[in-house]
Design a protein around this ligand. Structure first.
Ligand code: FE2
Ligand code: FE2
Length: 278
């Protein structure tokens, strides 16, 4: 029987209206199947993620896997807290997970990487660090590293990664997405999508031929130019034809409006507290 997935948003920059969920700059999804309970990213603070999990009646001690889309604090900030809520889960991420990251804006340097040491993680989780595609469970995969294949989806030069004694521009090779084989189609869960939405979908298409049922998560189009938006929409329409999109987190208001105008009701958001089933 085809796998069924319940996806709950436990952390996002916005909240579902007429509810008591909390928002913060961060992202965390809970993905539940018959066999597995997977946290895809853990959000920024345990205060917000814990509050939202409680409202949705989710018991995080049942989490079997933690999968991290990339190292940034808004996806890993509550990792210490999350490991205290869980019972020795398998933790899957890129090999560069623990490399130091900073941002430099207007002369100020800010730590932006994982705020907990590898030792503290290894004491409470079974760590799997890989650059390759990784199967988490029946019909559930973390992508491998995503090739950069176009001129639009390029890294922000203010975001840096430790290289020896200094820092260099971070090309976010650690940025990965989750792929779910849901019945006759594919659901793609994005973290921040620093690798680029089109690059990520090209990767998905290379490995999976089923129709795209949904793309969910952050698309990092906050500062995208009108040309990039037009190109992105053309690529989505011509190559991938997603049935639905549920964008949130770092997508940005302008991109959301542009997508809505292009796709109508097929474009939705995925605020904290929202639950989808496939
Ligand atoms: Fe990020
Ligand atoms: Fe992010």
């Amino acid at each position: 029987m085809a796998e069924q997935f319940r996806i709950s948003c436990l952390d996002d920059d916005s909240v579902k209206v007429f509810n008591s969920f909390w928002a913060e700059h961060g992202l965390c999804f809970l993905v539940e199947t018959e066999e597995q309970t997977v946290l895809f990213d853990v959000g920024t603070t345990g205060t917000v993620v814990g509050h939202n999990a409680q409202l949705l009646k989710k018991d995080l001690s049942e989490v079997t896997h933690i999968v991290l889309s990339h190292a940034h604090y808004d996806h890993t900030g509550s990792l210490d807290w999350a490991l205290d809520q869980t019972r020795n889960p398998v933790l899957i991420a890129d090999t560069d997970l623990f490399v130091e990251r900073v941002s430099r804006r207007e002369g100020a340097t800010k730590q932006t990487g994982v705020p907990v040491s590898r030792e503290r993680v290894e004491a409470r989780a079974q760590l799997v660090l890989t650059e390759d595609m990784f199967q988490i469970g029946e019909g559930m995969y973390l992508t491998g590293r995503i090739p950069r294949e176009n001129q639009y989806e390029v890294a922000n030069p203010k975001m840096l990664i430790r290289q020896g004694d200094d820092f260099s521009a971070d090309s976010f090779l650690d940025d990965r997405s989750l792929i779910l084989e849901a019945g006759e189609g594919i659901v793609v869960l994005l973290g921040c999508c620093h690798a680029g939405l089109v690059n990520t979908m090209n990767y998905v298409r290379k490995h999976f031929s089923a129709p795209i049922k949904a793309i969910i998560g952050g698309t990092h189009l906050l500062e995208a130019s009108p040309e990039q938006m037009t190109w992105t929409i053309q690529e989505l329409k011509n190559k991938f034809q997603p049935e639905r999109m549920y964008f949130n987190h770092c997508t940005g208001f302008n991109a959301l409006v542009t997508f809505r105008n292009a796709f109508g009701e097929r474009l939705q958001t995925m605020p904290a507290g929202e639950v989808l089933e496939f």
